[in-house]
Design a protein around this ligand. Structure first.
Ligand code: HEC
Ligand code: HEC
Length: 420
């Protein structure tokens, strides 16, 4: 069927659900129609072929949790992607080098704020997953991997996840550290002062410098796992690190827990309560959530703006985060972010690219009406109050069609989100 044909079937479904005739059907019958028209199925539980590599995964396991690659040797991937928080950190915005501890503990002290909310890593090793980060700065298309450091396949990365996995290593806030610490970690300056394209060479040099420090216990641990799995230190390049991290992430999250929603899709009608079923019907029906949160992962992997508040912390001008426009330089992309996938969403608060929303209720309501949020919370600063108009102007037109009109509907939507 052409995409126009599909669109009209969806429109017909939306009309039908809004009409009195839908009420004559049971909730399960209505959901059957929805599943059929949207062609819904559980998320593919596959692992990108190139990532199935037990030896690399063993090396990746050590790389994921060793702080030795960070500027002050105090931060690792596991610092922000914690097992007990569904592989996020539970913070509005992540805190990188210079902080201690986990989760909220990292807020006290001199840690460098990474001005974005951390993602979980579940599902990211699937071949279906092609766009990474809030701004999509790593993107797989036509067999190529586009990224700020160049085309990934040419560089030797086995998958977009492998490339996404090493970008934190090149970031000052997450790993490298502040300028003032440079004296103690002079070689890191090499990476930071290079243009992105040259960062790979610089990082390869740095990796060799780190591995040469054989008196360091953490380096010893790394050399040991390399040897055990048949690799030598000389083989350790940035793409090698990315491929190993990605193989480990793939292995770590490959058990693919079936969510209640996916069990429902598999035919277990009791997997959802009546309220959750009502919520699903709102989500795909008058809530129009699936206009953006579509497919088995609940994301179209496109970029939209809901005009999320962001305080004064952002990587771009005036402390704001212009999102996708920072990658494409297209002004129409300002304040647009990748539609976040919603699997496991109830386990990963806070929400939004800047972590401004503490609960699901808050972020869902904000899609329909941003005013209650500011009425209740006020503004972070005068600057935010004065600049928010620009962000508001970027709000997607699609949000106008959301037609949730009672608190029961809102509550049922949130109940449904908790089943994902
Ligand atoms: C200081 C905290 C922090 C550390 C350390 C960190 N991350 Fe992250 N991670 C984040 C944040 C924040 C984001 C979202 C950033 C963005 O989208 O711009 C993220 C996003 C990601 C993503 C993209 C997920 C998606 O859905 O697009 C991957 C993959 C990832 N991190 C892997 C890693 C790996 C591997 C390491 C170790 C080399 C690591 N991270 C270290 C905080 C951290
Ligand atoms: C125009 C596209 C669009 C529509 C329609 C839409 N969303 Fe979103 N949603 C987004 C984007 C983009 C974000 C992230 C915005 C940001 O942080 O700047 C988001 C964020 C979220 C989040 C937070 C997820 C997280 O991990 O931070 C939830 C939950 C959510 N949406 C649920 C819904 C529900 C429920 C509906 C229907 C009532 C809906 N959305 C409709 C685009 C959309």
């Amino acid at each position: 069927m052409s995409s126009y044909g599909r669109l009209s079937v969806v429109t017909a479904l939306l009309f039908f659900l809004a009409s009195g005739r839908a009420a004559a059907l049971t909730l399960d019958q209505q959901l059957d129609m929805i599943i059929d028209v949207y062609r819904l199925s559980p998320a593919l539980c596959d692992i990108d072929q190139g990532l199935k590599d037990p030896e690399m995964a063993s090396v990746g396991e050590v790389l994921f949790s060793t702080p030795v690659l960070s500027g002050y040797q105090d931060t690792s991937c596991a610092t922000c992607h914690l097992d007990q928080r569904a592989l996020t950190d539970g913070l509005p915005m992540a805190v990188g080098v210079g902080a201690e501890g986990e989760g909220e503990e990292r807020l006290s002290g001199d840690g460098v704020v990474v001005p974005r909310n951390a993602f979980t890593l579940f599902g990211r090793a699937s071949s279906e997953y092609e766009v990474f980060f809030w701004d999509g700065k790593v993107l797989a298309q036509d067999g190529k991997i586009f990224s700020p450091i160049g085309e990934g396949k040419d560089l030797g990365f086995r998958s977009p996840l492998a490339l996404a996995a090493i970008l934190p290593l090149l970031a000052r806030d997450e790993f490298l550290g502040k300028q003032s610490f440079i004296e103690s970690t002079a070689h890191l300056d090499l990476i930071d002062s290079s243009y992105y394209g040259e960062k790979v060479d610089a990082a390869n040099e740095v990796l060799q410098l780190i591995l040469a420090d054989t008196n360091n216990q953490l380096v010893g641990q790394l050399l040991e796992v390399l040897e055990e799995n048949g690799f030598s230190a000389a083989q350790v390049t940035l793409p090698f690190v990315g491929n190993a991290l990605a193989s480990f992430i793939a292995e770590k999250v490959s058990n693919c827990p079936k969510t209640d929603w996916e069990r429902y899709l598999d035919g277990h009608v009791d997997a959802l309560s009546t309220e959750e079923k009502r919520g699903a019907i709102v989500f795909f029906g008058k809530g129009r959530c699936a206009a953006c949160h579509s497919g088995s992962r609940f994301s179209d992997f496109q970029f939209h703006s809901i005009a999320a508040p962001q305080g004064d912390l952002g990587t771009h001008i005036h402390g704001q985060d212009i999102g996708r426009a920072g990658v494409t330089y297209d002004k129409d992309d300002r304040f647009r972010f990748r539609t976040p996938p919603l699997l496991l969403v109830s386990e990963t608060p806070p929400y939004g690219h800047s972590g401004a929303f503490s609960s699901l209720e808050e972020v869902v309501l904000f899609h329909m009406n941003p005013i209650p949020f500011f009425a209740e919370k006020g503004w972070n600063s005068t600057r935010e109050k004065l600049t928010y108009g620009k962000i508001l102007g970027s709000r997607s037109e699609l949000l106008q069609y959301i037609d949730v009109t009672s608190s029961e509907e809102l509550e049922s939507l949130v109940a449904f989100l908790r089943t994902l």
